[in-house]
Design a protein around this ligand. Structure first.
Ligand code: CP
Length: 302
């Protein structure tokens, strides 16, 4: 594998190999500091991020890479340089991999034919967030033993969610049943349609049926218009309230890619409740990103 761009174009064997490597790193955090010795990795985030950006940096440092952090506001982007020319410039300096988050859905797919540096998708538009989907799966595997046979419900702004965009090409292939639910106008994905076999149901149906309930933030930054609903109305109609959480199956768990808007899509107390795996997802994100970096640069090209 040269690039790590989208779940939908990966072979199932490649996905399984990255997950297996992530499981390896879950159990072997020691003596890994030479895996990426001499490799230069640049983190280029053209959209805000806390988890993904620092998670990649922790992963890079744990594996012994040289880390370059890019800040758009103090870069030559402010002088009109394109994203392509920015990456091409780093490539010319000998950078081995570029971890990129950006608003455009397709730019990374175009760059893969134009650039030699390894490109890693850290979240592209509303299309895919492949490392997030894999860390979700790693967390489910850790908790339940396997993803096969689970019912996973994703609730919220499916239309604008790159996490949902990756999961709709991942969870069904791993044997999970995937359900979507959300407010009117927040479920249908016009440019990147939901594949057949994924059912769109109500929030209450997901709460009643799912082993894993994944709540999503409303992505206001990707909406053309403001929501015509108060926060409290949204919370009561589509959020994971305490009353809804009480209806979940006995062993069901709550997940969220975060950032969380407490009191909007999820009751604040549920975020750190016993049912919640949200912080475990963050921890597992480092192992998945170590596995991706190792796969592309470290010789573990499973
Ligand atoms: N889940 C996720 O991508 O979070 P950040 O936007 O903080 O990276």
């Amino acid at each position: 594998m040269k690039h790590f761009l989208e779940i939908r174009t990966m072979e199932i064997e490649q996905i399984q190999a990255v997950l297996a490597r992530a499981q390896y790193y879950q159990q072997h955090e020691e003596n890994v500091a030479t895996v990426l010795k001499g490799k230069f990795v640049a983190n280029l985030f053209f959209e805000p991020s806390t988890r993904t950006r620092f998670s990649f940096e922790v992963a890079e440092r744990r594996l012994g890479a040289e880390v370059l952090n890019f800040t758009e506001a103090s870069s030559s982007r402010t002088k009109g340089e394109t994203i392509y020319d920015t990456i091409r410039t780093l490539e010319a300096m000998g950078v081995d991999a570029a971890v990129i988050r950006l608003t455009d859905n397709q730019l990374l797919n175009e760059f893969q034919h134009q650039l030699n540096v390894s490109l890693i998708n850290a979240g592209a538009g509303d299309r895919e967030h492949p490392t997030q989907a894999l860390l979700d799966v790693l967390t489910m595997q850790e908790h339940f033993g396997s993803v096969a046979g689970l019912t996973v419900g994703i609730v919220g702004d499916i239309a604008h969610s790159r996490v949902a965009g990756s999961h709709m090409h991942l969870l069904p292939r791993l044997g999970a049943k995937l359900l979507f639910a959300g407010a009117d106008g927040m479920v249908e994905r016009t440019e990147d349609p939901i594949p057949e076999g994924i059912e769109c149901v109500t929030v209450d149906e997901i709460v009643a049926q799912a082993d894993v309930v994944i709540m999503l933030r409303v992505q206001h930054e990707r909406h053309a218009q403001h929501m015509h609903m108060t926060v409290e109305d949204y919370h009561q109609q589509y959020g994971l309230t305490k009353a809804r959480a009480a209806q979940m199956k006995r062993n069901a768990v709550i997940m969220h890619p975060a950032p969380v808007n407490r009191g909007v899509e999820i009751n604040s107390e549920l975020v750190e409740s016993e049912q919640s795996l949200i912080l475990r997802q963050v921890t597992n994100g480092v192992y998945v990103r170590m596995a991706v970096l190792d796969t592309l640069l470290g010789g573990n090209n499973g």
